[in-house]
Design a protein around this ligand. Structure first.
Ligand code: PLP
Length: 359
């Protein structure tokens, strides 16, 4: 079996051990005589999976007891709407940081619900960057401040989160579990699973339980965080199989030594790539050095022609998914938790060879 190095931004590569484990138990789940795909979400097989997935997340992120961990559906995009529907009340203003494509989409959805103040806007700046905390134009008494911890398309990442009076809400879809995090600084965190947590189909929400009670009374039950929290994410049928994979991925992370260990590995992978990018004028990294993402490494070549040629040559060598997002072009290497260090070494070798030929 020849597996490629999959640099795709999402759905992204999963640990091979996790895929193998899921495969081994796919048809007969640990002797239960049925697949987990067929098991009741209220039965003992799935119940153990659900519980362990939550426990693993709590352990990895050291989530305080007063926070709920929810499994929802609809991706981060649905959270763009649910956050303001639940947490932005009539007459209030929510502050949003506009740092790129994903933040922009969150802002667009919040505007359907209520008043939005764009506290800073770096979305169009090149090199791409996150705003500095002292640039934020915050609203006194804001319902919350929303930010995007890692801009998957621009390749930028917050390094220290701003101190604010309003609760912080963060879209962490593309860097959750990539390094230790102080959850107590946030009112709510959400992340689609398909970058760093598992497959598409489940969205993780981590929120201060008490805060969720502020949702307006006319909000239908299925859209209420509080209702999901009260039913331990079993308000309706959850995406059982994606949650099973999240359980296996979080178990894999714990076995690896937790978030300190994966953070060290992630830093090493990113440094290897950025040092090649910084080592010659042939490569043009697109994010400001102080805000470079450790998850999505974005860069350009001297011409679009060379970019296309490089992406093609890399693909022929089994390095796939390097094409930048269609809105920005260029090259993007997504190197999430499960992306193996050997894949980064292979990319570096390919880059060196390409530069030798065309530099
Ligand atoms: C991928 C991504 C999204 C969109 O996620 P969906 O699950 O497709 O809705 C939102 N925000 C960020 C930061 C992302 O990387």
């Amino acid at each position: 079996m020849a597996r490629i190095y999959n640099f795709s931004a999402g759905p992204a590569t999963l640990p091979l051990e996790v895929l193998r484990e899921a495969q081994e138990h796919l048809v007969d789940y640990h002797g239960a005589g049925l697949s987990l795909l067929e098991a009741s979400h209220r039965g003992p097989e799935y119940d153990a999976v659900h519980t362990e997935a939550i426990e693993n997340l709590r352990q990895l992120l050291d989530i305080p007891a007063e926070y709920s961990v929810l499994f929802m559906t609809g991706g981060a995009t649905t959270q763009f709407a649910l956050v303001p529907m639940n947490l932005l009340l009539p007459g209030e203003t929510a502050d949003y940081v506009h740092s790129g494509s994903w933040a922009g989409k969150a802002i667009e959805q919040a505007r359907f619900v209520g008043r939005v103040n764009v506290a800073a806007n770096t979305a169009k700046e090149r090199p791409a960057r996150m705003p500095a905390p002292d640039e934020l134009n915050l609203t006194p008494g804001a319902a919350y401040l929303h930010l995007t911890s890692n801009e998957t398309i621009a390749g930028t990442q917050w390094k220290t989160f701003p101190e604010t009076e309003a609760p912080l809400v963060a879209d962490m879809s593309s860097d959750i579990l990539s390094q230790p995090l102080d959850v107590s600084r946030f009112g709510l965190i959400y992340a689609g699973a398909q970058k760093n947590l598992g497959p598409a189909g489940v969205t993780i929400v981590i929120a201060r339980t008490e805060w969720l009670a502020r949702a307006p009374e006319n909000l239908p039950t299925i859209l209420r965080y509080q209702a999901h929290a009260a039913e331990n994410s079993l308000l309706n049928t959850p995406p059982c199989f994606p949650i099973y994979l999240v359980m296996l991925v979080t178990r894999w992370l714990l076995n690896l030594g937790g978030l300190e260990a994966i953070a060290a590995r992630n830093r090493a992978k990113a440094e290897t790539l950025y040092s090649v990018l910084d080592g010659s004028a042939f490569w043009r990294p697109t994010a400001a050095p102080a805000h470079r993402s450790l998850m999505n490494v974005t860069f350009r070549l001297p011409s679009e022609e060379l970019e296309q040629q490089f992406i093609k040559q890399a693909a022929a060598a089994g390095l796939k998914g390097l094409k930048g997002h269609r809105s920005v072009g260029g090259v993007r290497a997504s190197i999430y938790n499960a992306f193996p260090p050997e894949g980064v070494e292979a990319l570096v070798a390919c880059m060196r060879e390409f530069e030798r030929q065309h530099g």
